[in-house]
Every structure is written in C-alpha cells, then in structure tokens.
Design a protein around this ligand. Structure first.
Ligand code: ZN
Length: 136
C-alpha cells in the first residue's frame, strides 16, 4: 500500500454557508474552493490545513449519499481520504485482501481527483476514500 498522507477529511453538514462561517471566523481558515459534484449530489467547500484539506459536504438531494447520512447520523465526520499512488492497483490489492469496495474503478471527484471508496463494513466503521491527483 502506498499512502503518502491524509488528503482530506470529509464532513457532512446541513448548511454550507453557516459552516463556512465557523471555519473562517472561529478557526481562521480560508475557504478556497466551492464546487458542486452533481454525480454525488453534494456541494463541497474546501479548506487547507497544512497538506491536508477539510471537505465540507452539503447535500443537494435528500436521496443522495450525504442526504441519507445526515438523516441517519446527523452532522459530523463522514469519511477520511488517503492520498495514494496508483489508485487502480491499491483498489485491486485491497479487494484481493478481502476488503469490500464501493467503487471497483476510480471515478472523478471534486478538484479533478480520481477517487474510490472502500465500504465501512470492511474498514472498521470508517468510510475510507482513496484519491490520486494524476495531474501531479
Ligand atoms: Zn472525499
């Protein structure tokens, strides 16, 4: 496995604007990107903390993955994303070791990254994302 760092932490929120205010005015971080990922039915806002990002996720559809998460669990940490090299190989290796994959092949996430999720049933309760920046 070749993980270099935590790329981001995904946090599900009810209201992006209210939450951005907290991160900016209380924590003093700067939101540098807001992006809608139609595919995932979310609007995202990004903050940098060193090499790691905070990704706020607001649902655009109650039937989408974040909509359902908020309904079931409320606001809070939704997933952790590791930066990997060779995402296809990492997925194959994980599956080979018995991990259940949500995405068998990577798809496009926010910021043009290739992303794929591992099922929390196989990762001790933490929805785990692999991501790779192939433009780097
Ligand atoms: Zn993510």
């Amino acid at each position: 496995m070749s993980i270099s760092h935590i790329e981001h932490i995904g946090i599900a929120v009810k209201n992006l604007d209210d939450t951005i205010k907290y991160y900016e005015q209380i924590l003093g971080l700067k939101c540098y990107n807001i992006e809608e990922v139609k595919d995932q039915k979310v609007k995202t806002a990004f903050f940098k903390v060193g090499q790691t990002k905070i990704e706020l996720l607001e649902s655009t559809d109650p039937e989408g993955p974040i909509g359902k998460f908020l309904e079931k669990k409320g606001e809070g940490i939704h997933h952790i994303a590791f930066a990997v090299k060779g995402i296809e190989d990492q997925l194959q290796q994980s599956e080979g070791k018995g991990v259940q994959l949500i995405d068998k092949t990577p798809r496009k996430g926010a910021e043009g990254l290739d992303i794929a999720f591992l099922h929390p049933k196989s990762t001790f309760g933490v929805l785990t994302e692999f991501c790779e920046d192939k433009n780097q």
